[in-house]
Write a protein that binds this ligand. Structure first.
Ligand code: ASP
Length: 288
């Protein structure tokens, strides 16, 4: 048995057709990886890599620009043994999730950031690429001309998978909020905020990072799951609580998760959260 779900962010998603194609492609890749090597970490990495290459999503190539007009990416990945790897504010690396995965195996550190992390990725032989796209540059130019440009969310990506032995993995990758302050780090690289995994569940969150960090959203889902023993209710209640207690300006969010019984669930308080998911023996489903 296996289950896998991917998301394409609680963002604006003006083009839901492209978002649907993207999340389906990503879940297919993740499913094939699970079939081939039964490794949930590899499956999460491969699904996220598909979305990091897809310019319709805000991760890897196609990431949004900071206030200064740069691209700074965050990512994290973790498994049921609480092996965690994370990166923040990295530039030019084709697959931030792959750097996070390499860091996972290190015993001395689990979160690397900035120029040094990018340099480390190059030393490790990870591929570099230009993440800037015409679409994001145009969006940035339009927004920066506005008087009080709003921070906006767009199209972060994440995945959760469980293999035939009940081992769970989850990951999240993003360019963060558009027009973010240089140096700003969101929830996506933070364990318990953007990504959470233990023996019982795995989860990936998306939405305004500042709010997600305040409510430790993905670990909240586990807290509720532990009480409720029902994944759907746990996510629903976590999002309700988050929406109520975090100020409106920063409470947009969405969560995907899988539990040890192979249940898949997701919910959001935003208009969009493109997802695609499947279980062994089932067709791929999407909410789009
Ligand atoms: N959570 C991401 C951040 O705040 C953004 C998003 O999910 O769209 O960096």
């Amino acid at each position: 048995m296996y289950s896998i779900i991917v998301h394409g962010g609680a963002g604006e998603h003006k083009n839901t057709k492209e978002a649907k194609k993207g999340v389906i492609r990503a879940v297919k890749k993740g499913e094939n990886t699970l079939k081939e090597c039964k490794n949930p970490i590899k499956s999460v990495e491969e699904s996220i890599k598909v979305l990091e290459e897809d310019i319709n999503f805000n991760a890897g190539r196609g990431s949004v620009l900071t206030k200064k007009g740069e691209i700074k990416m965050d990512a994290s990945i973790a498994n049921s043994k609480k092996e965690i790897g994370a990166v923040a504010n990295i530039t030019d690396i084709k697959h931030p999730i792959s750097l996070a995965k390499k860091i996972m195996k290190n015993k001395d550190h689990l979160l690397l950031g900035g120029k040094q992390a990018t340099k480390h990725a190059i030393e490790l032989g990870l591929e570099t690429s230009n993440p800037y796209t015409k679409k994001r540059i145009k969006e940035w130019q339009e927004k920066k001309e506005q008087k009080n440009p709003p921070y906006s969310l767009s199209d972060t990506v994440g995945a959760v998978a469980i293999n035939n032995k009940g081992k769970i993995a989850a990951g999240t990758s993003t360019g963060g909020k558009s027009l973010k302050q240089d140096g700003r780090i969101g929830d996506s690289p933070l364990f318990g905020a953007g990504t959470y995994v233990n023996k019982d569940i795995g989860a990936s969150a998306t939405g305004t990072g500042e709010g997600i960090i305040k409510s430790l959203l993905t670990s909240k889902v586990y807290e509720k799951y532990n009480k409720e023993k029902n994944l759907r209710k746990a996510i629903k209640k976590s999002i309700e609580e988050h929406t109520k207690h975090i100020s409106k300006k920063i409470n947009s969010c969405g969560v995907i998760a899988i539990d040890k019984k192979y249940n898949i669930s997701f919910n959001k308080n935003t208009t969009h959260l493109p997802v695609a998911y499947t279980k062994e023996g089932e067709e791929i489903s999407s909410n789009l």
